[in-house]
Design a protein around this ligand. Structure first.
Ligand code: GSH
Length: 365
């Protein structure tokens, strides 16, 4: 056996060992969960055609996160994410009510999308490289720029993460939260024990029972659940620290660019409408007599007696009309759902870019 074969044999056994280590580590890292893109993506079937044939959009949400997606007593869903599901339905059907909401957990959401059980996932989900490349899913555009926080009992002494050395932290499974918690504590030289839960309801039970010192997730998620905490919001305190970047937004499966474009441009359309001052209150007047060429292009109407420009989106040039009439622009969706959580938009990353934030639409033209 030559030296090069010996070396190759050594390298192969190291690779085999490394893959065993990866499998062993996979239980605490959802990014290694195998997800099949078998259904519509691989078969090349158009998601738009499937949605149109079915007559209803299947939208994956959480369902237990007030302000984002929440099941109400009358069986309806409210929230920012639920409204983005409605916006996509309005663009496809001209009817924002044509949505079947499918509740997903942090751990099963990607498989639910990959298998074709839902057409789009709009569930406080963070855009990361591995979700694009490993899970083969595409993020349309961030609709809410967030960061990870830590919540503790108000009666506890904790003010910083450093105060929490050795603490037990409750966290949702299959989330970026789990991964950031590990890297943040590692970098700070702190130890902790993680208790992981599939749903926030189970996590809250454990927290109420005193099984965890800290509760970590996106700061918006903490504000949302603090507001409905059984002992009242004042029993909880959110620490100042922000542990990560969490750009949240809608996602679709790889392999269907036509469908991705629809979800992306409905999202951008809500940003563009706010920037141009078009809302549910004035959209009909703007359809009849648009203020500017940019408004005419966004609404798919002619300007000053001119022709309609069809930019080739598969749902036709007027897709934003029903979105704005029935759901509203970004500012309206934010104001209705997120402002009540106490999350100030002004001065935050979620302000329009013209006001110093990151909410920015590429040109609709
Ligand atoms: N943005 C993070 C966290 C998402 C997440 O699962 N958050 C929890 C806490 S805010 C949640 O949605 N809980 C609601 C539920 O249990 O359905 C991610 O994409 O991994």
């Amino acid at each position: 056996m030559s030296m090069s074969w010996l070396r190759r044999g050594f390298l192969l056994s190291m690779l085999a060992l490394a893959s065993v280590a990866l499998i062993a580590c996979s239980s605490d890292d959802e990014e290694t969960t195998s997800v099949s893109t078998a259904d519509s993506a691989a078969s090349g079937e158009s998601t738009l055609a499937k949605v149109q044939d079915r007559g209803i959009l299947k939208c994956g949400i959480s369902g237990s996160l007030p302000g984002f997606s929440q099941l109400e007593a009358d069986g309806s869903y409210t929230g920012f994410d639920a409204d983005y599901c409605r916006a996509v339905a309005a663009a496809v059907f001209g009817d924002a009510t044509k949505v079947e909401f499918v509740e997903t957990t942090g751990a099963n959401r990607f498989e639910t999308l990959a298998s074709g059980e839902v057409d789009v996932l709009i569930r406080n989900t963070t855009w990361t490289l591995s979700r694009d490349s490993d899970l083969k899913q595409s993020f349309a555009a961030p609709t809410f720029y967030d960061g990870q926080g830590m919540m503790v009992k108000s009666s506890s002494p904790f003010q910083t993460l450093e105060d929490m050395d050795g603490a037990t932290i409750c966290v949702n499974q299959g989330t970026t939260t789990e991964l950031n918690l590990a890297s943040q504590f590692l970098e700070r030289g702190l130890t902790y024990t993680a208790l992981t839960f599939e749903t926030t309801d189970l996590l809250q039970e454990a927290f109420l029972a005193g099984r965890c010192d800290g509760w970590t997730t996106d700061k918006s998620g903490l504000a949302s659940r603090r507001g409905v905490y059984p002992e009242g919001p004042d029993a909880l305190r959110i620490l100042a620290v922000t542990m990560s970047k969490e750009p949240l937004g809608p996602l679709t499966r790889h392999g269907d660019d036509e469908w991705f474009d629809i979800v992306a441009w409905v999202t951008f359309g809500t940003f563009q409408a706010e920037e141009l001052g078009v809302s549910s209150a004035n959209v009909d007047a703007q359809i009849a007599n648009p203020d500017s060429v940019a408004v005419a292009l966004m609404l798919g109407v002619g300007y000053d007696g001119g022709d309609v420009t069809d930019m080739g989106l598969a749902v036709g040039p007027q897709f934003m009309q029903a979105v704005l009439q029935q759901v509203g622009n970004y500012g309206e969706i934010y104001e209705k759902n997120i402002t009540p959580l106490g999350l100030e938009r002004e001065g935050s990353l979620n302000a329009l870019w013209i006001n110093g934030g990151l909410i920015y639409s590429p040109p609709i033209r």
